[in-house]
Design a protein around this ligand. Structure first.
Ligand code: IPE
Ligand code: IPE
Ligand code: MG
Length: 254
């Protein structure tokens, strides 16, 4: 147990890092952090214990990615569909950013990480909004990896919002109908300014997108693992990156 814990907290060693750096490391890694509930259930614990454990592995993954030169890491933390969960679980999840950031914000400053949020933040409880806005504000002068939390995020509502904003801007004469292009659509999405994910990781054995970045993942490489998110370690991240490095991205060409 202790060994496992140490392994979880431990980053990659120098040899691991060096071998990964021999090939292209993905610029943007997006992760659907899934399996917290099952992790807890397996241990006879309440689901929220899985969320607490899941939160605690984020730091080691962020640090490992940042050390490898990953430019953006997006973590799917709460979907627009997750409101369907029991009230007590949703309440717990809404408190997590506050709890997470009170401990992790100083570490993120040390690691030069820039926090960014993608999602409908204004629909979250005020204390959740305060916590994330503070993190975004305090890290805004950093220059390292962008750590992008997808929080109250849903891809379809994001795309719909983009349509509405474009209609309004066409009507107001800000843009012309002819200006609407793939690049412009990207600009109207909440991820504007971020590169598209090169690699998508989903833990817990589920092989679906669950309304995550439908537009942005058009040409991303996917990597699935049965490992539950609270058990995910930098070693697993390494496995995913190694798999990515074996892929040949063709974008429809030959
Ligand atoms: C992912 O773990 C975390 C969130 C969706 C917030 P789950 O809570 O979905 O865990 P499972 O899928 O029920 O095991
Ligand atoms: C996706 O996981 C959302 C997050 C990880 C935040 P879910 O557990 O909500 O997805 P489904 O319900 O299994 O598709
Ligand atoms: Mg799940």
């Amino acid at each position: 147990m202790l060994n496992k814990l140490i392994k979880k907290r431990k980053g990659l060693d120098e040899a691991d890092e060096a071998s990964l750096l021999e090939e292209k490391v993905p610029d943007h890694i997006a992760i659907i952090m899934d399996g917290n509930g099952r992790w807890a259930k397996q241990r006879g614990m309440p689901r929220v214990a899985g969320h607490r454990e899941g939160m605690s592995v984020i730091r080691s993954i962020v640090q490992a990615g940042s050390r490898l030169g990953v430019k953006t890491m997006t973590l799917y933390a709460f979907s627009t569909e997750n409101w369907k969960r029991p009230r007590t679980e949703v309440d717990f999840l809404m408190r997590l950013p506050e709890r997470f950031l009170s401990v992790e914000l100083p570490k993120m400053m040390e690691d030069n990480v820039i926090v960014r949020i993608t999602g409908d933040v204004h629909k979250l409880p005020q204390y959740t909004q305060d916590a994330v806005h503070r993190a975004v504000h305090e890290t805004s002068g950093n220059t390292g990896m962008i750590l992008n939390f997808a929080l109250n995020y849903g891809s379809r509502s994001e795309i719909l919002d983009a349509f509405h904003a474009m209609y309004e801007d066409v009507e107001a004469g800000v843009i012309a109908k002819e200006d609407v292009s793939e690049a412009l659509v990207s600009d109207y999405l909440m991820t504007n300014g971020l590169r598209e994910p090169d690699l998508l990781i989903r833990t817990s054995g589920e092989k679906r997108l669950s309304n995550f970045m439908l537009w942005q993942l058009a040409y991303s490489e996917f990597w699935f693992t049965d490992v539950l998110w609270p058990d995910f370690t930098p070693e697993h991240l390494k496995e995913a990156i190694e798999a990515y490095q074996q892929r040949q991205r063709r974008y429809g060409g030959v």
